[in-house]
Design a protein around this ligand. Structure first.
Ligand SMILES: [Zn+2]
Length: 112
């Protein structure tokens, strides 16, 4: 307990506005729903099949194979990235896909 007392009480100094989770705007939600719908299209599935065939079913970040591979947008749709441009798509395993999605979201929130 003595050690804990040396920590500065940062939480106590945060204003209630700062401590609140960032609210998602309606625009965020609308764009997000549109990108979700995009994943269901035949064009998207055809592109995914073709890229997996051409590049191989492995993560282009860590090289992992034998796992589910995601078509990840390098510049996300929400940030104005091209949806069906293969130059904007990187094949990634689940953990790298999750990591990159979190990075993009953090960057997006900081830029606002
Ligand atoms: Zn990976």
């Amino acid at each position: 307990m003595a050690r804990l007392a040396t920590l500065s009480p940062r939480i106590g100094s945060l204003g209630t506005r700062t401590a609140m989770p960032s609210a998602r705007t309606w625009e965020d939600r609308r764009v997000s729903e549109r990108s979700q719908a995009f994943y269901q299209t035949p064009e998207r599935r055809a592109l995914r099949d073709r890229l997996l065939r051409q590049r191989g079913r492995r993560c282009e970040d860590c090289g992992r194979a034998g796992t589910r591979i995601y078509c990840d947008h390098i510049v996300e749709l929400q940030d104005g990235g091209a949806s069906l441009d293969e130059a904007n798509i990187r094949l990634r395993c689940g953990s790298y896909h999750t990591r990159r999605t979190a990075d993009s979201r953090a960057r997006r929130l900081c830029l606002r």
